[in-house]
Each structure stands twice: as structure tokens, then as C-alpha cells.
Design a protein around this ligand. Structure first.
Ligand SMILES: Cc1cc2nc3c(=O)[nH]c(=O)nc-3n(C[C@H](O)[C@H](O)[C@H](O)COP(=O)(O)OP(=O)(O)OC[C@H]3O[C@@H](n4cnc5c(N)ncnc54)[C@H](O)[C@@H]3O)c2cc1C
Length: 258
């Protein structure tokens, strides 16, 4: 029943084999992977903001591990794109992210789940505010691209894109954000370089122009858990209702024996 439902929706249940068709270094430790189904059959029209699970053989473990990655483009019918930060403490490299960075080559196969998740725009006719930090930018770029592709309401609803990153060299997917903002005047961006913060302070909404944060907007947050907590608390203090705030946390699942 579930498998049939998934197929009717253009999805699938369980794992499907994909081929890595392109790999692009976005920054020194972030790469985008373009994945196309090996069977060349159709891809589902997922909702921007959703993620996939992928499962790869991790050489240092000798078995496969699954991890989740947000899709970092709006659907295009051709490929999925994920944008992965290499997690590497010197003594403990992240198993899957370092495999994707250092082992996976164009032409290699991976197992991929159907897109899932409900971190998606609830109402395109409202002012939507995307606030991310670090690699948390990935679903935001898909959300931004998806909204700019939709027919606009009258008057067109505003979109705020606020991103916190260490410095320009760590700003992944920068060209895409810049291009979308240049082509759509309703998109307002604020890029906050945390290394430029003086006095050891952290990013707060105080530094954001009020026009980018209206009372009736819906807010979407993605980044480290501490960032999401801090920004949510800032929003609640401004009398934004919890119903207006959605978030995605990039937790890691630990090891799954196989
Ligand atoms: C819905 C969702 C969407 C996501 N989207 C993205 C995305 O778009 N891009 C992205 O890059 N990530 C994303 N993630 C995170 C991703 O799923 C992985 O968690 C991430 O890539 C780390 O996996 P890993 O196997 O490389 O690291 P793990 O091996 O799981 O390790 C995680 C961290 O713990 C450290 N660590 C591991 N073992 C030890 C140890 N013994 N002692 C100390 N430290 C240790 C590692 O250095 C690493 O920093 C998402 C997660 C979720 C849940």
C-alpha cells in the first residue's frame, strides 16, 4: 500500500540506485554532489526544503552508513543536488561526509531514498523569512529558488534571506543566492560575516533591518541547534507566534550497523 502510494506520487520506498554525475567544490570544505537515477526513470517533483537519505559504503568501517542531506535546489526533473560539509575533527573525521568528499567520484553509485520532510513553505503569499547559519544554507537555497519560480501573488510577497557565515570564503552557494536576489527584486538579502563581529558578540536579530522581519511573516530557521534556539528566542521576544516559526536541525544519526 505504502509502496504503491509512493510510486503514484512519483517517489519510491526503500533505496534506489543513483549515479554521481557531477561534483563541484563550493568552498574548501563544502561540495555539491549531483545525483541522477541509474535507471534513468523519472524523478519525483519534491517540495523545496525536503531532504533525502543516502547510504554509502564507508571504507574505514567496512559497511554502509545512511545520512540525511537537504536537497539544495528546487526540483528540475533531471538530478538531485546535495551540498555537503566535510565534518572533520582531526581525530574523528565524519564517516559519511568525508567518504563523499574523498572517496566518491563521478560515475560511482549510491543508494538514495525518496525525498521527505516537512520543512517546506506553508504559504507563498506571505512574507517568508529564511534565516540560516553555516551549512544550514542548503534547504534555504532550495526554498528561495522554489518561491522565485512560483507565480507571484499581487502584490508579490516579500522574501528575506538572512545568512550567517564565518567569512566570504566560507559562504557556500553564494553565486546562486546573489543571482536569485538580482533577478527578483522582492528578495532582500542580508549576509552576516561572523568573523567581522567585534567584541566577541554573536549574531542577533538586532543587526537586521526591521523591514526584513515583519510581524506577520513566516520564519524558517536552519543551522546548529544553538543558533536555532537563540534566533527562536529572539523571535518569540518580538511576539512572533511559535506557529510562524519552523526549523530544521542537522542532527547526525550515529552509527547504524549493517
Ligand atoms: C534533515 C537533515 C538534513 C541535513 N542536511 C545536510 C546538508 O544539507 N548538508 C550537510 O553537510 N549536512 C546535512 N545534514 C547532516 C548530515 O546528515 C550528517 O550528520 C553530517 O554530514 C555528518 O555525518 P558524518 O557521517 O560525516 O559524521 P559522523 O561520523 O556522524 O560524525 C558527526 C560529527 O561527530 C564527530 N565525531 C564522530 N566521532 C567522534 C568521536 N569519537 N569523538 C569526537 N567527535 C566525533 C565528527 O568529527 C563529526 O563532526 C543533515 C541532517 C539532517 C538530519
Amino acid at each position: 500500500m505504502y509502496a504503491q502510494l509512493m510510486q503514484e506520487q512519483g517517489g519510491w520506498s526503500g533505496w534506489r540506485e543513483f549515479t554521481l554525475v557531477k561534483k563541484v567544490a563550493e568552498t574548501a570544505n563544502v561540495s555539491s554532489l549531483y545525483l541522477a537515477p541509474t535507471d534513468a526513470l523519472a524523478l519525483p517533483a519534491y517540495r523545496p526544503g525536503q531532504y533525502i537519505s543516502i547510504r554509502v559504503q564507508v571504507p574505514s568501517l567496512g559497511y554502509k552508513q545512511p545520512r540525511q542531506y537537504s536537497l539544495s535546489t528546487a526540483p528540475n526533473g533531471q538530478f538531485f543536488r546535495i551540498t555537503v560539509k566535510e565534518e572533520s575533527l582531526a581525530q574523528a573525521p565524519g564517516y559519511v561526509s568525508s567518504t563523499l568528499h574523498h572517496q566518491m567520484q563521478v560515475g560511482d553509485r549510491v543508494e538514495v531514498s525518496a525525498p521527505m520532510g516537512d520543512f517546506t513553505v506553508k504559504d507563498a503569499t506571505k512574507h517568508n523569512v529564511f534565516i540560516s547559519a553555516g551549512i544550514g544554507i542548503t534547504p534555504m537555497v532550495a526554498l528561495l529558488e522554489g518561491l522565485t519560480q512560483m507565480p507571484t501573488s499581487q502584490p508579490p510577497a516579500a522574501i528575506s534571506f538572512i545568512h550567517v557565515t564565518q567569512d566570504a570564503a566560507h559562504y557556500a552557494l553564494r553565486e546562486e543566492v546573489t543571482r536569485l536576489a538580482e533577478h527578483h527584486s522582492r528578495v532582500k538579502t542580508l549576509i552576516h560575516y561572523s568573523q567581522a563581529l567585534t567584541g566577541g558578540g554573536r549574531f542577533t536579530l538586532e543587526s537586521v533591518p526591521p523591514s526584513l522581519l515583519t510581524d506577520n511573516a513566516d520564519y524558517y530557521l536552519c543551522g546548529p541547534a544553538g543558533f536555532i534556539q537563540a534566533v527562536s528566542a529572539d523571535l518569540l521576544k518580538r511576539d512572533i507566534s511559535p506557529h510562524q516559526i519552523s526549523h530544521e536541525v542537522f542532527s547526525t544519526g550515529g552509527l547504524t550497523p549493517s
